[in-house]
Design a protein around this ligand. Structure first.
Ligand SMILES: CC(C)(COP(=O)(O)OP(=O)(O)OC[C@H]1O[C@@H](n2cnc3c(N)ncnc32)[C@H](O)[C@@H]1OP(=O)(O)O)[C@@H](O)C(=O)NCCC(=O)NCCS
Length: 191
């Protein structure tokens, strides 16, 4: 039986192996990794698919900042990823179950803005939309053409021109202030 469970510290080696298999060994050179660099994921939001001690899926959330390139206010956001399911069970609905549980958890904890780099075809049914026509770039000045956002509540709108950045490791992340291959080949390449 596969269960959805909180990620624990002892799961990390298996998660790293699953991510290597899912995204390739070069995964850490992707710009989304620079948003996660030197920053810890938010423990209480990270979930796994677990079956008899084996990790079959992972989803993680990180604190990040959207900097207004025109000098306006910066905004906090969650940054979702990576999401991965063991190739042996892909396509059997487990990815969507894991993602749905993770988003319910995030909503219950009242985080109301999530961003990710991914495929709208997959994430659209979970309430994500493209950040366009806003222009938000990623580290390395990459145009994050596949940057998606999921928001609820009365949040200030995203800057017209901005950059998604890592949060300073020492910064606090105020929960109360905060508000989401095969089918899409570039999905595994960019996020
Ligand atoms: C993407 C991934 C997490 C999806 O998990 P999964 O368990 O295989 O997917 P599910 O069985 O829950 O969902 C199947 C549905 O999602 C769609 N889907 C699955 N992977 C997809 C992808 N990469 N892009 C777009 N749609 C995808 C399928 O077409 C199917 O659609 P349907 O419900 O209309 O039939 C998994 O395939 C994976 O780990 N891929 C490699 C890593 C990756 O690309 N991660 C995402 C990075 S953002």
């Amino acid at each position: 039986m596969i269960i959805i469970d909180q990620e624990h510290a002892l799961d990390v080696p298996q998660i790293e192996t699953l991510l290597d298999v899912s995204f390739g060994k070069g995964r850490k050179s992707k710009s989304s990794y620079s948003i996660r660099e030197n920053v810890d994921p938010i423990d209480q939001l990270n979930l796994v698919l677990r079956s008899r001690g084996k990790i079959l899926g992972t989803v993680r959330f990180w604190p990040a900042i959207i900097r207004d390139a025109l000098g306006g206010v910066n905004h906090d956001t969650l940054f979702l990823g990576p999401l991965a399911v063991d190739p042996g069970i892909q396509g059997s609905g487990q990815g969507k179950l894991l993602l749905r549980a993770a988003l319910e958890n995030v909503d219950a904890k009242r985080y109301s803005r999530i961003m990710l780099v991914g495929c709208l075809k997959y994430y659209g049914e979970f309430g994500f939309r493209s950040v366009k026509p806003k222009y938000i770039s990623m580290p390395g000045n990459r145009d994050a053409g596949r940057l998606l956002v999921r928001e609820w509540g009365s949040l200030p709108s995203l800057p017209t021109v901005g950059q998604l950045m890592a949060i300073e490791p020492a910064s606090s992340f105020g929960h109360a202030d905060l508000p989401h291959s095969r089918f899409c080949p570039e999905m595994a390449q960019i996020s």
